[in-house]
Design a protein around this ligand. Structure first.
Ligand SMILES: Cc1ncc(COP(=O)(O)O)c(C=O)c1O
Length: 398
């Protein structure tokens, strides 16, 4: 009855831009969440890579509570010590890089593009290249860099000056640069989350980094989904030995409170001069306090090593346990994994069946089931999830 009313009111009062499961989650603890019908789920969606320390994390909760007692919001007209503390933390291994805080991933990419364009003005450059499969957000700049048509349909015209190359194909980028001397920046996700966990080749990103540096082109790493420890490194690009000029972050960055950021190379960061860009809520003390706690807990050698080991354990055991002609590939980097099916129908059936058996996973780009457990997931929880997936798959296979 309660559920029926919820669905009714959801449809009555909320714009219908999301297709939602008829499940209402009201509580979370560690890797588990609970719904209004008292069902328990192993949460391997993690709010789509937001809850990287699971639910009800003590450190984050205490940081938020403490900050609530002091100050929740103050304008960027004033000095905000927590912003400085967080920026210092994020740039520990990025000497002299500087940070701008905003509220979401799409905003982070907008800031990256605006900074790049401002820098480009002095170099008479304006073209920004993104790649096939890319997802960078839903505001107009980010949407213009987002490749799949389904996100852009109905919203034309896009922002001019965006061009498209093939993912994992350096020659396709080279041929654009050869023809267009005004290429200003290339944006890339080290692992394409929305495209179905497509991992950039080592050689490709290394060559791309060199290409950018040789041609005075900015390299933007979109780390919105895979930053903050998801791949076993604080930033995904650290797997590749490259040095992006701009890094965009969001999702897990705020520890569950909306927060986005760009981290920019010292040679370009101050092109965003006073008044040229901003946001009222960006770097809000509450988001900063929560985010600092999140990043401090994750950015430890031992913690990140465990993420790597758990990722390998998960991947190996998934491959061993899920043997089916319906599966094309199982892949992952750290704790972002995907099972790619040959049929989108089967992928959907598999996802829905996992959810009704108490395991939250999500479908991505039709054929891929994406798995995003919390980074502090236990091995026993990984084993439990594989057991559910194996049973579900066997039933589908019958
Ligand atoms: C790589 C990437 N960039 C940008 C975004 C947009 O982030 P947000 O939804 O916070 O605007 C997303 C969201 O899924 C993403 O995965």
């Amino acid at each position: 009855m309660l559920k029926k009313k919820l669905i009714e009111n959801n449809n009555k009062f909320l714009i219908s831009n999301y297709s939602r499961y008829p499940i209402s989650i009201i509580k979370g603890d560690g890797s588990y969440v609970y719904d209004t019908d008292k069902n328990e789920y192993l949460d391997f969606i993690s709010g789509i890579a937001v809850n990287n320390l699971g639910h009800n994390n003590k450190g984050i909760k205490n940081a938020i509570k403490k900050q609530l007692d002091e100050l929740t919001h103050v304008s960027n007209l004033f000095l905000i010590p927590k912003q400085i503390e967080f920026a210092k933390l994020l740039t520990e291994r990025l000497s002299r890089y500087k940070v701008f805080f905003c509220n979401s991933g799409t905003e982070a990419n907008e800031a990256a593009f605006k900074l790049a364009r401002k820098w480009g003005l002095y170099n008479n450059k304006k073209t920004i290249i993104s790649v096939t499969g890319a997802f960078h957000g839903r505001t107009f700049g980010s949407l213009s860099a987002t490749t799949p048509k389904k996100y852009r349909d109905g919203f034309y015209p896009m922002v001019p000056g965006f061009k498209r190359a093939k993912f994992n194909d350096i020659t396709s980028i080279k041929s654009i640069i050869k023809k267009d001397k005004k290429v200003l920046a290339i944006i890339i996700e080290p692992v394409q989350g929305e495209a179905g966990v497509k991992i950039a080749d080592k050689k490709y990103l290394k060559e791309l980094d060199i290409l950018c540096k040789r041609n005075n082109i900015l390299l933007i790493a979109d780390e919105v989904q895979v930053g903050i420890g998801r791949t076993g490194k604080l930033f995904g690009f650290e797997h590749y030995g490259i040095q992006p000029d701009i890094i965009s972050l969001a999702k897990a960055l705020g520890g569950g409170i909306p927060c986005g950021a760009i981290i920019a190379n010292p040679n370009i960061c101050d092109f965003l001069t006073p008044g040229s860009h901003g946001t009222t809520m960006g770097g809000n003390p509450l988001a900063m306090a929560s985010g600092i706690s999140m990043v401090k807990q994750i950015n430890k050698k031992q913690f990140l090593k465990k993420v790597t080991n758990k990722g390998l354990y998960f991947l190996d055991n998934l491959k061993l346990s899920l043997k089916s002609k319906k599966i094309k590939e199982i892949r992952g980097l750290g704790l972002i994994l995907a099972i790619e099916f040959y049929s989108s129908k089967i992928a959907k059936k598999f996802t829905n069946s996992c959810i009704s058996n108490g395991l939250l996973v999500l479908i991505t780009e039709k054929y891929n089931v994406r798995i995003l457990p919390p980074l502090n997931v236990k091995n026993s929880e990984i084993r439990k999830s594989i057991k559910i997936m194996k049973t579900v798959l066997e039933k589908i296979d019958e």
